[in-house]
Design a protein around this ligand. Sequence first.
Ligand code: PLP
Length: 378
Amino acid sequence: MKPEKKTAFSEVAALEERYQLATYKKMPVIAERGEGVWLYAADGQKYLDLYGLLFYSNLVYSEARARAAEKLVTIAPASLTKVFFCNSGTEANENAMRMARMATGRENIITFAGGFHGRTADAISATFLGRYRELGKPNVPGHLAAEFGDLESVQQLADDSVAAIMLEPIQSMAGVRMAKPEFYDGLRRLCDERGIVLIYDEVQTGVGRTGEWFFAGSEAGARIVPEVITLAKALGSGIPVATCLVTEKIAAQINENDLGTTFGGGMMAMAAVKATLEAIEQDDMLANVKVVEAHLRESLASFPNVVEIAGKGFLLGLRFTGKAGDIHRALLDRKIITGTSSDPHVLRLLPPLCLKSSEVDLFVKALREVCEGYEHGL
Ligand code: PLP
């Protein structure tokens, strides 16, 4: 990866140290590119690489990583000042839970019925949705389930064994379930009172999907900010990459070697993160999401078959009285791709952030035809 201009070693090193968790001891080299056995550093020096540093790049500095970390922290809520890069949503959630356990010295994690957090051992054990948890047997101990939107159910579990409360702030796979602002506010207060770490799994809601960079800090979420946000999916526009964004207080509890990952923070993924965030900014996609969401809602407001439109921005759940699966298939026949969910009546829309109102009109027209064809039973 060739930086556009040569940057001084001290600047890159300072950025990496400022914006990332200090989990790796790095060699004083900024890796720029490789050729055969040779690693070329940003200062023009070449090194005989006997340690495979282009795939294990956390052991050297990288301008691409420094800039991606800087960009992420710049757009994040102000209290989230450090990042830890990894490769997938499940890995980000595993690390988030581990950090909460390290920071509090406690073991239990409260998550919610209907939440999905991934398929590796600890994350699937935190997933109380359908039969996912069963698939992860034997489950990791230390997981408790509360009811989403029901603060009292959380209060009952939140004793001094609890390290973290983790939630998808909008439960996507469960059928796009969003709670009232008071619920998020109540969780923040409860965590503050009882020394519990609040983790938002924003693997789906993050990176602009709701029309804001994050659900955390948004009006719909009572403007509250957790100690940890996890991101993946859209973060690299298809290149596998994920991250945990954390507060300074959490970062201070994490020491060298406490967390790690060979590929996390790799140069290609980092270039993808920076390019993704810049494209969202340059094309004003957050504003676009809001405008087009409003158009979609308005267009479907008088649709007799759509009984509810849940969610925010471009994470929307259209509730039908009949089976969403039938509509999904009929739309696919008309060359329109939508998603289903674990709720059989909810059709999910998670379009690219560049979707335009004119393209929404194509969807609405097709949906009208489909619904007319299914007059009975939808
Ligand atoms: N968390 C949420 C909310 C998700 O929707 C997903 C995947 O669908 C994950 C975590 C797991 O992410 P990954 O598949 O990248 O491991």
